[in-house]
Design a binder for this molecule. Structure first.
Ligand SMILES: CC(C)(COP(=O)(O)OP(=O)(O)OC[C@H]1O[C@@H](n2cnc3c(N)ncnc32)[C@H](O)[C@@H]1OP(=O)(O)O)[C@@H](O)C(=O)NCCC(=O)NCCS
Length: 148
């Protein structure tokens, strides 16, 4: 896959939040989050800066990954969770999403924690990307009881 030249992944800063919202709006077409993912803004108040990154192309933010630390809620040791990842539709397919998730996972590795991500079953392309970056199906499975 061709990676956009000049792509830079760096740690998130508080002042990046408006630009991240702009990217998020472009992903959803301004119609709010789809059923596939929650809005990036839902994660602004719980994110863990050392595990959250933006992708810049020529100084412009074109993508982001927002992560947090957790595990105890699922009786798991601390691990790095990808809460949400997004790339501006204009720049998708050029390697930014992959570079962001790889950077996230490599950072977890350096911290000695596992990287995790919970996704709905139908996000085929994103799942494929996780698998190709060395993620595998983990220990969690969700249970649901339908409304009768
Ligand atoms: C999912 C998303 C983050 C991927 O970012 P991206 O920059 O487009 O992805 P990349 O260019 O790094 O490509 C990732 C993989 O998808 C594949 N891919 C890229 N464009 C594709 C396309 N149009 N159709 C099918 N596969 C495609 C690439 O070949 C690559 O596969 P590989 O990892 O096996 O090499 C981005 O599409 C996005 O923001 N989608 C909307 C939000 C979303 O669904 N987020 C995920 C859940 S939180």
């Amino acid at each position: 896959m061709e990676t956009a030249q000049g792509l830079r992944i760096r740690g998130i800063r508080q002042r990046d939040l408006p630009d991240i919202l702009d990217v998020d709006r472009r992903i959803t077409g301004g119609s709010g989050p789809s059923g596939d993912r929650s809005a990036a803004s839902n994660h602004f108040w719980t994110y863990h800066p050392p595990l959250s990154f933006v992708a810049e192309l020529n100084g412009r933010i074109i993508g982001f990954v927002i992560g947090t630390i957790g595990g105890a809620e699922y009786s798991l040791p601390d691990c790095g969770w990808i809460n949400v990842v997004g790339v501006d539709p204009e720049y998708q397919g050029q390697g930014a999403g992959r570079a962001l998730v790889k950077h996230f996972a490599d950072t977890c590795q350096k911290k000695g924690i596992r990287a995790r991500c919970l996704i709905p079953r139908r996000t085929g392309r994103f799942e494929k990307m996780l698998l190709s970056l060395g993620f595998k199906h983990g220990e969690l499975v969700d249970f649901v009881r339908d409304i009768e």
